[in-house]
Design a protein around this ligand. Sequence first.
Ligand code: GDP
Ligand code: GDP
Length: 436
Amino acid sequence: MKPVIALVGRPNVGKSTLFNRMTKSRDAIVADFAGLTRDRHYGDGRLGDREFIVVDTGGFEPTSTTGIVKEMAKQTRQAVAEADAVIFVVDVRMGLSGQDHDIARYLRTANKRVFVAVNKAEGMAESPLLAEFHELGMGDPIPISSAHGQGIRSLLDTVLDSFDYPEEDDEAADDGAIRLAVAGRPNVGKSTLINTWLGEERLIAFDMPGTTRDAISVPFEHDGKQFKLIDTAGLRRKGKVFEAIEKFSVVKTLQAISDANVVVLLLDATQGVTDQDAHIAGYILDSGRAVVMAINKWDAIDSYQRQMLERSIEQRLAFLKFAPLLQISALKRQGLGPLWKAIADAHASATKKMTTPVLTRLILEAVQHQTPKKVGHFRPKLRYAHQGGMNPPLVVIHGNSLAGVTESYKRFLEARIRAHYKLVGTPLKIELRSSE
Ligand code: GDP
Ligand code: GDP
């Protein structure tokens, strides 16, 4: 599971600026989940191979002047509760204030790893002004400049060194079960679906975690296949039924999506597609996971509403058009067979093995069918292709002058590869490697 880092500090110290830096340190796409909750921002970050989730509490709108401190305290507490580590941001130009001491006092009771980042310290790495922040008694203050991007890498190194990232081999040594997550906003029917599933399938004994921070994954079997359900809501077993402890947790949702092989994105037929659905869908897309969309509560709408709904999903979630769309009723146990089949197909597609001879033949045939356009004096020359990864499948195409291959030509290649391997429910990544 990706560790979660909370940014804490009084207003104007530079938390949002630092948040932007941390999420942009990632080489790929940045996902910001402002839309999921009103008051907290969630983003994905990465330093080298180490990925993490950042939570910023800076974006809240205080309701009244007197309420600022109280509201900040509430946001801070929630972010800290979800976090594995805290970066306590202070402002070197303002020095330590009473509010900083209040926050420090609270953080000492919260029992989390805390790192003090002294912001706005551009050109001040050796400044005596930094000494003041030792007073907080929270280890060596780390000077940074969020605005200028100084000290961020060494801050992140220090924070990430405090986590145990698994060696790659550990993950490969997994038992081969398909890791499955059900994602969706509150009330779409996640718990109902999970209980329907787990009520019908053979549960394999598992250990309940000791604390709410520990994620559980429930192993079970369906149709002879081993699955592991990755929890998104702090599931607890109560008799035969699973119960969600938290109603909705952005952090657990984001962690479960990145930890899964296949994600079921659950939508609510009675509510249509909301911004929150689109945000979660966007995160699933970024994660590269296999995905199946299921419209739940299909029983509760009439045929006119059904038509309108499918159209609106096709429009608003067009970026997930590779994902199959199913209609189910978790409550009435309808549509669950096709859902299982879609999950199995998506997993098979995501882990499809593609050999170099077949991939090479496919791209050469594609070129014969339609040659890429010349750019300047050069025409991109596609030579051969090999598979560079799975879940999502990655096809690496080798050749010359490939920088000139257009996005639309890439989509054309993708479509040919997809059609040949009958890929459903998984993104397909194409990487171009020029040898000059
Ligand atoms: P937040 O309220 O803690 O989220 O703070 P913001 O990120 O909104 O920053 C508050 C102000 O400080 C803005 O005007 C930023 O441009 C400025 N700021 C942030 N980081 C730095 C920095 O490293 N150096 C300087 N000089 N200003 C900064
Ligand atoms: P969660 O917050 O996503 O875990 O949602 P729940 O599983 O708690 O379900 C929210 C509400 O939707 C509950 O009242 C369920 O009984 C109801 N519900 C769940 N699935 C269905 C369904 O397939 N049809 C109908 N009509 N209601 C459903």
